[in-house]
Design a protein around this ligand. Structure first.
Ligand SMILES: *Cc1c(COP(=O)(O)O)cnc(C)c1O
Length: 478
């Protein structure tokens, strides 16, 4: 650890408002760590004090088996979240027409994880031929798969229809004709939903309700495309219209946004049913349920979300005079996110003195934006903890950065870490289960980390670390 003048390193002026100076810099802040994670603080074996454990293994044991960086999934946490969403939506909608939970594979999917979902009875959403292949290999039945995407290829659509997937969610007028053409050629009669953009843009803490949305997804309700889409689907006898779908965004905490979406979707369903004298048996309400990445977030749990949506949908459908349709929701992040942590080894530690004498401690780890692009891409907030030992040093405001050639290569913008953090320490970043592995890259020809699951003291490698041969496998001059 570099030495410093008393006071300067501990200036708090530059910390974001939500970030409090911890009373004990070793402590895990509960809402953001997986179910089985803990740090023993009073144990006979002094060496275990303050060492992070997850799934019955210490981080040292995990690092010894697979090295760092590594994505570590708490299997108990992942599966209990998936089961809780499935059970709570089933319960809350039982007195209506029921509800199904479809896990959004794009948040995190491997063949092993698809196997958990298959065993636990969840349906799955995919949005590419690659995701489809992974979930099929994991044992998800085609009847439990929904195919999404805003620019599906003929090949992807034909494969999906040939397999008999449960549903194709159509995203544009052109895709209606594309699906109809392929269905006629293959002799298929695919059930379809139409994805609608309903003028609700949801962000973490607020949402905007407008009549228009300036983005690529879905058929706009405001400009008449959604109703035109319904007419066009009904003109194609091979297409079976099951209902309308919307997905208003991701990492949403504001339940008002979902209420607004339900209200608009119930009204639209009623309008379609009246105009065409039919019943739409299904309503897709998408995913986007927020998770806490830091102590600054406090989202509702699955029971509260399900009860809120069921109650509101029932009221809105009654007001519109229509039967309540069966509902699908598609959480990805809310299942995968909090179940995962990333384990890194600390390398270079560099205090950088800024204007006013404030010093920010830059803590470099052996990964970075290639294994977690969310900070650079969205300005996402994360937390971190010193995972491999107990420290008696005071809290120091730090920034966790990676080893890539970009100054935007930041993993954790702001966190208090023990001031004696040093090369060789293990650092853990929580809530990296969703959209980290699935968005990972080989930038700087960095080999992607393994994903391991841990449970009851056993470690399972779901996806191994990339080798130098993997890295060069497609380079025909290698
Ligand atoms: C991304 C996506 C989801 C999942 O979003 P989360 O924020 O991970 O819950 C669900 N449905 C659709 C259509 C999506 O594009």
């Amino acid at each position: 650890m570099s030495s410093h003048e008393a006071g300067s390193l501990h200036a708090q002026g530059q910390a974001p408002a939500w970030l409090e100076v911890p009373e004990d810099v070793n402590a895990l802040l509960t809402p953001i760590w997986p179910a089985t994670a803990f740090k023993p603080d009073q144990v006979g074996d002094a060496a275990a004090k303050g060492v992070l454990q997850v799934g019955g293994l210490t981080v040292a044991q995990i690092a010894e088996q697979v090295g760092t960086p590594a994505y570590v999934i708490d299997e108990t946490d992942f599966r209990s979240r998936a089961q809780a969403f499935a059970a709570e939506f089933e319960r809350a909608f039982a007195h209506l027409a029921g509800a199904h939970v479809h896990y959004a594979a794009k948040s995190l999917i491997t063949v092993g994880i698809a196997g958990w979902l298959a065993q636990d009875g969840l349906a799955v959403d995919v949005c590419s031929g690659g995701e489809l292949e992974i979930v099929l290999r994991g044992g998800i039945l085609p009847q439990r798969i929904t195919f999404h995407g805003s620019n599906k290829s003929d090949e992807e659509l034909a494969q999906a229809m040939d397999l008999g997937v449960d549903l194709i969610v159509i995203d544009s007028l052109a895709e209606i004709d594309q699906v109809a053409r392929l269905a006629a050629a293959g002799g298929w009669e695919p059930p379809v939903m139409l994805r609608c953009s309903i003028g609700i843009e949801a962000h973490t803490h607020e949402f905007i309700a407008t009549s228009h949305e300036d983005q690529k997804f879905g058929l706009s309700v405001a400009d008449g495309s959604a109703m035109a889409g319904v007419r066009r689907v009904l003109e194609h006898p091979a297409l079976r219209l099951r209902g309308i779908h919307t997905h208003i965004g991701s990492q949403i905490f504001d339940t008002e946004a979902f209420r607004h979406a339900i209200s608009r979707m119930a009204r639209l369903t009623a309008q379609i049913e009246r105009e065409h004298d039919l019943v739409l048996p299904e309503l897709g309400l998408g995913g986007g349920f927020g998770v806490p990445y830091t102590t600054g977030h406090d989202p509702a749990g699955p029971a509260e979300i399900a009860d809120g949506m069921a109650g509101y949908l029932e009221r809105e459908c009654r007001a519109e005079g229509i039967a309540v349709p069966h509902v699908t929701v598609e959480p990805g992040r809310a299942i995968a996110g909090p179940a995962g942590i990333t384990l890194y080894t600390v390398g270079t530690v560099k205090p950088v003195t800024l204007d006013g004498g404030f010093t920010r401690l830059y803590v470099s780890v052996d990964g970075g934006m290639s294994d977690n692009i969310r900070t650079a891409l969205y300005g996402a907030d994360y937390s971190a903890t010193l995972a491999s030992r107990y420290s008696t040093a005071p809290p120091q405001l730090a920034r966790v950065v990676g080893k890539h050639c970009e100054s935007g290569d930041i993993v954790v913008k702001d966190e208090y870490l023990p001031a004696d953090i040093a090369a060789g320490d293990l650092l853990a970043v929580p809530v990296t289960g969703a959209y980290c592995h699935s968005m990972s890259s080989n930038y700087n020809a960095i080999r992607r980390p393994p994903i391991v699951s841990v449970k009851d003291g056993l470690l399972t490698v779901l996806v191994r670390r990339e080798s130098m041969d993997d890295l060069l496998a497609r380079d025909l001059y290698a």
